[in-house]
Design a protein around this ligand. Structure first.
Ligand code: ZN
Ligand code: ZN
Ligand code: ZN
Length: 162
């Protein structure tokens, strides 16, 4: 094949690629709503409203880093809630989220066993899951407080303190 023929074909391919790129860009730009002012919501409930340069990041220079930080926090919360519902049960019982919920359940029960009514000064209280359906994001109704004796009777076997 002559050099001339190869150049011709290469130019043809380049033109086709450029045409595809132009079509692609037109499509993409058309589908993105044009944001002209910073939409960041300020403490007073109003939006920042600072005018944005064309092709800016969607927030003004001041609020773009804050937006990124909020996005990271939201992402971390999401990851944490996935972890809480999927980690080993023993591991879950060691989390601060469970410990806080456990303390809340005991406070709601007035620091007493829901069955025999003995106070926590005299017994070891356990927080029993009535259902594991919402493990990691339990409703208070999903839990009940039992002393270790009543808890063991309920499960018909000795239980670990928790
Ligand atoms: Zn702003
Ligand atoms: Zn009891
Ligand atoms: Zn139990």
């Amino acid at each position: 094949m002559s050099l001339k023929g190869r150049d011709k074909r290469r130019r043809k391919r380049q033109r086709a690629a450029a045409r595809r790129l132009a079509e692609h860009q037109r499509f993409d730009l058309g589908s993105i709503p044009e944001i002209t002012v910073c939409p960041w919501v300020l403490a007073n409930g109003q939006s920042c409203g600072k005018e944005l340069a064309p092709f800016s990041l969607g927030y003004c220079e001041e609020h773009w880093p804050e937006h990124l930080q909020m996005r990271d926090i939201a992402f971390n919360i999401e990851m944490r809630s996935i972890a809480l519902t999927t980690m080993q049960y023993a591991e879950y019982l060691e989390t601060w989220e469970w410990k806080a919920k456990r303390a809340q359940a005991i406070a709601l029960a007035g620091g007493r066993c829901r069955l025999c009514n003995r106070p926590q000064d005299n017994v070891i209280l356990n927080v029993h899951h009535r259902t594991y359906d919402r493990r990691g994001y339990e409703d208070m109704d999903d839990l009940t407080v039992l002393c270790q004796d009543c808890h063991a009777k309920f499960h018909c076997k000795p239980v670990w303190p928790r």
